[in-house]
Design a protein around this ligand. Structure first.
Ligand code: FAD
Length: 400
């Protein structure tokens, strides 16, 4: 255990140094690349350069508890590292710790066959390709995953897929080669065993990118959140992950660590926004004194620190419980932090935007984009209401 703590502390020092030396200075370069309409759906070469550097320093796949393929850290030990990476919108990918690839790698690691692992997991772990997770559909309320309707039919040695997905994050990336697609394979079963997960290579005939979606106008190029059509798509039956009807269970297993990783990163995003707030409060003078000399600005600063710290402690507690009792045992705490962290981050970033005045909303500060990301997470990976409702039901059941 003490070895793991020392290992995690050493990684924390090294990730922090890497952020200072390489990540923060790269932000403006990548921002400039992304604002060039001709290049924005291509990959800025600096990204691959920094990935190679991080990998060479062993700052790679830190999220994966498996020591052979990843850093071998518990969720509790990984949390402060994810918080550091969450401070920059470009950082998680540079350490190969970005969603949705992390969750997809975990699915392949846990449930993939030897063939799936050599064909898709290995290049994902190496950061050579990227992936998407296609569950949500435009035509059904996808916060209730049992509604998912894309059809998966067995036809001899093949599976035939038909349907439509949207909000598939990462599917706009030119390096995205593989999708994990959820659909109905066993309609006769009870509703939690009707779905399966299937691996669909992006270049399979019948997979069509309909359009990229935007969040408050941000398209998140070159990764994107994409609407996809699956029109008579055929893949080998061996592309099924796990057993027929196990899709719902795999989705639940995927979302436990995935949700908490998002929350860890949001703590970092909020912390950096608070630091920007402080900088602004010290240096911007209005009505004869720095903003920080005004009581209302002081309140915004002090409340933000309290709220970040509360969320950080809840994240660490949930991560420790996830390690101790697993996904199912820690589900209430994971739900709690999924409710708390995005709301906290939205509030803190909103205060930082307010203290920056017009500059807070402009494209040359990262706050507006950070807000869009934090706001998305009140919906993505399950809307607040779903987690609130599950938490309340669990408490009511326990006290019955
Ligand atoms: C930026 C972004 C990235 C995403 N990335 C992915 C991805 O990579 N892959 C993927 O498959 N999906 C992705 N999603 C989709 C996301 O997971 C879904 O949008 C989310 O699960 C909600 O599903 P829905 O949009 O169908 O909303 P609906 O199910 O239609 O729900 C709409 C609203 O109804 C309310 N509601 C729902 N249930 C309840 C309840 N029990 N009680 C009270 N109110 C309720 C909530 O307010 C909810 O927001 C992403 C979304 C965003 C915004």
């Amino acid at each position: 255990m003490s070895n793991e703590i020392e290992h995690a502390q050493d990684l924390h020092r090294r990730v922090s140094a890497f952020m200072q030396a390489h990540v923060y200075p790269a932000e403006a370069v990548i921002e400039a690349w992304d604002s060039d309409a001709a290049k924005r759906w291509q990959i800025c070469p600096l990204i691959e350069e920094l990935k190679s550097k991080a990998r060479a320093q062993g700052l790679w796949n830190l999220f994966l508890p498996d020591a052979k393929h990843g850093a071998g850290l518990s969720n509790r030990s990984y949390a402060p590292l994810a918080e550091l990476m969450g401070r920059s919108l470009i950082a998680p990918e540079l350490f190969n710790c970005n969603a949705p690839d992390t969750g997809n790698m975990e699915v392949l690691h846990q449930f993939g066959s030897a063939e799936h692992q050599s064909r898709w997991l290995e290049p994902l772990l190496a950061g050579e390709i990227r992936s998407g997770f296609a569950m949500t559909e435009p035509d059904v309320a996808s916060s209730d995953a049992t509604n998912i309707a894309l059809s998966i039919q067995r036809d001899g040695d093949e599976l035939l897929l038909d349907g439509r997905k949207w909000w598939t994050t990462g599917a706009g990336d030119p390096r995205c080669r593989i999708l994990i697609v959820m659909g109905v394979s066993n309609p006769e079963n009870e509703r939690h065993s009707r779905h399966s997960m299937v691996l669909v290579p992006m270049d399979t005939p019948g997979v069509r990118v309909v359009r990229p979606l935007t969040v408050f106008g941000y398209d998140d190029a070159p990764y994107g959140h994409v609407e996809l059509a699956f029109e008579q798509v055929r893949v080998p039956a061996s592309n099924l992950i796990g057993t027929p009807g196990s899709g719902f269970a795999i989705a639940q297993a995927r979302l436990g660590p995935g949700r908490i990783h998002h929350c860890m990163r949001l703590i970092g995003l909020a912390q950096r926004s608070l630091e920007m707030m402080l900088e602004r409060a010290r240096n911007r003078v209005a009505f004869g004194r720095p903003l920080g000399g005004h009581g209302m600005a002081q309140e915004a600063i002090a409340l933000s620190r309290c709220e970040i710290e509360q969320a950080r402690l809840l994240t660490l507690h949930a991560a420790a419980e996830l390690d101790r009792v697993g996904n199912r045992g820690a589900k209430d705490l994971i739900g709690m932090i999924k409710i708390v962290a995005p709301r906290m981050a939205c509030t803190v970033i909103d205060r930082a935007i307010q203290m920056h005045g017009g500059a807070g909303l402009a494209q040359d500060r990262f706050l507006a984009r950070a807000y869009a990301g934090a706001r998305s997470l009140r919906i993505a990976d399950g809307p607040d209401e779903v987690h609130l409702s599950a938490l309340a039901r669990s408490m009511l059941k326990a006290s019955a």
